[in-house]
Design a protein around this ligand. Sequence first.
Ligand code: FAD
Ligand code: SIN
Length: 559
Amino acid sequence: MEIRTDYLVIGSGIAGLSFALEAAKAGTVAIITKKQDSESNTNYAQGGIACVLAPDDSFDLHIEDTLRTGRGLCRRDAVEMVVKKGPEMVNRLLEWGVNFTMERMEAGERLALEREGGHSKSRIVHASDLTGAEIERALLDRVKSEKNITIYEDHIAIDLITEHHLRILHPAGNMATSMRSRMNDSTKSSSGQRKITCWGAYVLNTRRGEVDKFLAKVTLLATGGAGKVYLHTTNPEIATGDGIAMAYRAGAEIANLEFMQFHPTSLYHPDGKSFLISEAVRGYGGILRTKDGQAFMQKYHLMGDLAPRDIVARAIDRELKARGDDCVWLDVTHLDPEETRQRFPHIYERCKSVGIDMTLDPVPVVPAAHYMCGGVRTDLWGRTTIVNLYATGEVACTGVHGANRLASNSLLEALVFSRQAYQDSLTVVRDKGFTFPEIPDWNEENTFNAEEWVLLAHDRLEIQQLMWDYVGIVRSDLRLKRAQKRICLIAEEIEEFYKRTKVTPDLIELRNIATVAQLIIHCALARKESRGLHFNTDYPQQNDGKYLRDTVITNEALE
Ligand code: FAD
Ligand code: SIN
């Protein structure tokens, strides 16, 4: 099937949905999403949205907090833009029907503000401890009432359509081979730079088991994060780095993948898989303790339990290794039980469901992969290096987060950049002369239904385990190279399998996980220093002389 639309939006989290709501004013919008429409990292966000609203706060302070946390790698212009547009974005969410938590004042009420790590002021706008679910609900309600928008659930994008698809009619599997060899000279601009255009994506309809062709004047990658590249993560199943892998294969610039953020406090319990204990709990007064009840964060940073995430996660990692413990404990038992229940009802109930009453007992926690600070490189308009391809939200590397993201800056970043991308894309959609080239259908010749599915599950687990053990919070060249060698072998086997097999969601995701894992290691090996989220014991110092720059890769990186 072929679907033609003005805008193709890949992903239905905050980045995709907020873009779609704007884009619907200018043209037709198809949103594809690989599972149910609400399944996204957005849906699980707890803490909230950082925004300067308090009388004792200022844009300058929020900008400074963001730049300090990003350890020299943030783009100041991007940070300033995002911070200054904060109040406008929160207002837009209110207009779209998001119900944020309010607090009573003598004269009426105002938005309640929480505090999180790395922030010098209370500035986190939230909807209880379920901010993301409330945003997702409101945006989906709104999107569903727009006649210009169609949502396609259970549609997983396989690859972006670019020049090389026009030239090479090939079985699906061949797409796995070197992209460099596919690039034709006609894709080079007069300056000799390769110029690639995107016309949409090949998409597997997982209900019908068929590959559709979505053709669009403008394509937005809003596919979210890559936490599932690691064994332990706060991210849901969808976060397999598909957008980064697709953009990489298509030839877009990718940057800073070494900066995977580990959240310090995910619930440590066999039944608590992927469950986050929000940083807002420490903002509220929660204290991290070792098994014997000792508070330890003051040893590591002046801000103690509210130090930036990289520092807290590394401190926990060090305490665990030094003591041989499996977890540390987050303690709010000294705080008012009623207030705890009222401020964190979802976290309270979830802990209760696994037998922990957080008002009486400390909660066992460990760090887990949480947020990808790097991604598909964009400018201030969300433009990637591929013509008519935009990227916003967690999949993008916009320059806002640098080497470490400040808590609760990502929902805001997604909103601001999706709006920027919409504004920039108007000229393309309004171009009366726009035509699509002849684009071939997906070709599955010489591919078969495979029976070795058990191998796929093994490969996935093996990559996740290797990434967790060797490419985690603390790295070394030896560990990185060991992981690289092993994952490279697994990736080659996956490519072989992919070439002769009919695509399935599991196979698509596994291939992407393998690609992103390799790219993370590639970036990590290229940065011979320690900065922000990237800590390498062979180079424990920050080296501004050589590495005060992004790690940028193109599709030759793995060849
Ligand atoms: P997502 O919300 O992840 O959406 C991605 C979408 O793309 C999904 O719909 C997915 O199904 C779809 N998709 C992916 N691949 C494909 C494909 N191949 N084909 C089709 N569809 C695809 N940030 C904050 O600022 N504040 C917080 O309080 C906060 N709390 C968090 C708590 C948790 C537990 C987690 C996991 C993250 C949190 N974050 C928070 C981070 C923030 O939630 C995310 O960075 C943000 O929601 C990302 O939005 P997004 O739209 O870019 O991606
Ligand atoms: C949290 O609530 O701790 C998550 C905030 C974030 O990831 O920005």
